[in-house]
Ligand binder design. Structure first.
Ligand code: 8YV
Length: 342
């Protein structure tokens, strides 16, 4: 039996990051090296006795997993900014620290937000389908713009929303409304950030917090960038979607659970809204061909690739490993969530 601290990594972190771990002969490192992320059975078996785990957003960190790990576990390091897959009270109870990967993915996800807004507005999925089917290009009808005089809305107004808004200003956007959780731990930071946003972007004529009802009614392009979890589940439901403008576009790059998929499919089918662009979807990562949104031509759907650029994934994987290594040795972690304050 080895007495070295054990680290379990549940996805292949790539050739640039793996050496940070495998070259460490003071550690016992157990890696999932196959494609994609590890299966639950493998994790439950291998996590036994671990001091640290590096996981991703699709892996539930609950009592089952923590019990399987046992009392040696000091740190859970998630390669994500979202942490609703982690049962935080279970970590607090066991005195386990939590690392995450904020900031490094902000730009990549904001890029995808803009891309999806453009794709949905210009009806990319449906019109590309027309080309693929070899149909007459004349069939293509008018599409919707992101242009001046449009109001952009944000459900959730954190770092990624700010970066998305900054990217939209060169498009001529001057009016922005948002609704975010006033009780969130970062709200004072948000106020500071909003002041900075206004300072940096004098073109913005109006930046207003609004209630959900106004957000639904006034947004021409609505970005859903709220975190997941029970408090945001189905915030965008049938009632919300029915209030939206007919030419409006909905973009979801936050968490699939915030939007009721059946309601969105109905909204697209019955043309309550113009289109949707989504990178995240309820039920992921296992989304079959029969998912109601996959079948909607006006739904531009991506397989959760918001942070999946080479540079960003490298930065995320590096940070996740650094968090884990610092956490198991009782040092300050580069990006730690204070689990007791959540
Ligand atoms: C995924 C994300 O974590 O950071 C988040 O919260 O949802 C994404 O960046 C990423 O796909 C890694 O698995």
């Amino acid at each position: 039996r080895t007495s070295k601290p054990k680290i379990v990594v549940c996805r292949d972190l790539g050739p640039d990051v793996m050496p940070l771990l495998v070259k460490r002969d003071d550690l016992e490192v157990v890696l999932w090296t196959e494609d994609c992320v590890c299966d639950r059975e493998w994790l439950l078996k291998n996590v036994q006795g671990a001091a640290g785990i590096v996981i991703v957003f699709s892996e539930l960190v609950n009592a089952e997993l923590l019990d399987a790990a046992g009392p040696n576990l000091k740190v859970v390091s998630t390669m994500s900014v979202g942490y609703e897959h982690i049962h935080v009270p279970e970590l607090v109870e066991r005195n386990i620290r939590l690392g995450y990967t904020p900031d490094v993915l902000t730009d990549a996800v904001a890029d995808i937000s803009v891309m999806l807004a453009l794709m949905a507005g210009r009806n990319a999925n449906e019109t590309m389908g027309i080309v693929r089917e070899g149909l007459s290009l004349i069939k293509v009808s008018h599409t919707s713009n992101i242009s001046p005089s449009r109001t952009v809305g944000f459900l959730g107004f954190g770092r990624i929303s700010h970066a998305t808004l900054a990217r939209l200003i060169p498009f001529g956007v001057t009016d922005c409304i948002y609704s975010s959780n006033p009780n969130s731990a970062t709200s004072s930071k948000k106020e500071r950030d909003e002041a900075i946003l206004k300072q940096h972007h004098p073109q913005l004529k109006s930046l207003r917090p609004v209630d959900k009802d106004t957000l639904a009614k006034e947004s021409d392009v609505l970005f859903v960038l709220a975190p997941g979890g029970p408090s945001t589940r189905h915030l965008v439901n049938e009632e919300f979607l029915r209030k939206m403008k007919k030419h409006s576009v909905l973009v979801n790059v936050g968490r699939g659970t915030v939007v009721d998929s059946d309601a969105l499919a109905k909204a697209l089918r019955e043309k309550w809204i113009w289109g949707a662009g989504i990178d995240v979807v309820e039920g992921e990562p296992h989304v079959g061909k029969d998912h109601p949104l996959v079948k909607e031509p006006r739904c531009n759907i991506l397989p959760h690739i918001g942070s999946a650029s080479f540079e960003t994934r490298l930065a995320m994987a590096t940070l996740a490993v650094e968090n884990c290594l610092a956490g198991i040795s009782g040092q300050e972690m580069p990006a730690e969530l204070d689990v007791k304050a959540l």
